[in-house]
Write a protein that binds this ligand. Structure first.
Ligand code: PNS
Length: 166
């Protein structure tokens, strides 16, 4: 029997990566031989962090996970999945409110490429309310985000919102 390596792409804006993303990622590593966290350029979303900063923060957060890689992509997700010879896309599903957009995206991606499956994973219930948007808002208003993001992300957020940037 020939064993082929199973690869999943975990795409997102990751602006910035949160503990909720990392929870989903850990779950995905149990199902796949290799997981590539693919940071979308998504300039139209006007991200707080540059693509380089976001990939660097993901890379640092996953450095202890040997089957995980951090990368970036631009353009269609399905084209990137093909380029990386992956079989599946992993997305986190927190609440019903996520469902409509995720359902639409999964079906559109299937229309574009029948071969690629989308797999939804639920993060731990304590992360149900967590999002990059809320983390950014909290950090900007001086709230404590230490239980929601890794330490290096907290430092990066503090630097972005510092009144005296270096
Ligand atoms: O973290 P996000 O912002 O919810 O991630 C959304 C993302 C990046 C996965 C999505 O916007 C995407 O796949 N963008 C790439 C362009 C693309 O393929 N669009 C068609 C999907 S229907």
């Amino acid at each position: 029997m020939v064993y082929s390596m199973r690869t999943a792409i975990y795409p997102g804006s990751f602006d910035p990566i949160t503990n909720g993303h990392l929870d989903v990622l850990h779950r995905a590593t149990k199902l796949f031989d290799r997981v590539i966290v693919a940071v979308a350029k998504n300039e139209s979303k006007h991200p707080l962090f540059t693509i380089e900063e976001r990939v660097q923060m993901v890379g640092h957060a996953v450095r202890h996970l040997p089957s995980v890689e951090a990368d970036s992509f631009d353009g269609l997700l399905v084209a990137y999945v093909e380029r990386r010879s992956a079989q599946a896309v992993v997305r986190g599903l927190r609440a019903v409110s996520d469902f409509e957009f995720e359902f639409q995206m999964a079906l559109m991606n299937r229309k574009l490429n029948e071969r690629i499956e989308t797999i939804f994973m639920m993060p731990k219930d304590t992360y149900t309310f967590l999002s990059s948007r809320i983390v950014k808002e909290m950090a900007q208003l001086g709230g404590d985000v230490s239980s929601f993001v890794p330490a290096h992300v907290r430092t990066a957020l503090a630097a972005k919102f510092s009144p005296n940037p270096a």
